[in-house]
Design a protein around this ligand. Structure first.
Ligand SMILES: [Zn+2]
Ligand SMILES: [Zn+2]
Length: 84
């Protein structure tokens, strides 16, 4: 039951929850950190301009990240996350 509200990264309750299109939820902080790591490793592998791509760590779907800091988006995302 709590699982829906648990972050797969830090395994605690979601803080500033972000829901990806695949309906997986993560803390804003955790998913941002993960995204940064992904970008770093990707840059080492290839010079790709697709910096705004994010792969969900759970289902491996790839999404385009617009901007993590857009609060409006996050509010919408948050509502989605908690009205399941
Ligand atoms: Zn987390
Ligand atoms: Zn997912």
């Amino acid at each position: 039951m709590v699982e829906e509200y648990q972050c797969a990264f830090c395994l605690s309750l979601l803080y500033d929850p972000v829901t990806l299109e695949c309906k997986h939820c993560f803390c804003l902080f955790c998913i941002k950190q993960y995204h940064t790591q992904q970008l770093r490793s990707r840059r080492l592998l290839q010079n790709n301009q697709q910096d705004n791509q994010l792969q969900c760590p759970l289902c491996r779907k790839t999404f385009l990240v617009l901007d993590w800091n857009v609060n409006k988006e996050l509010v919408i995302i948050e509502n989605l996350c908690f009205t399941i």
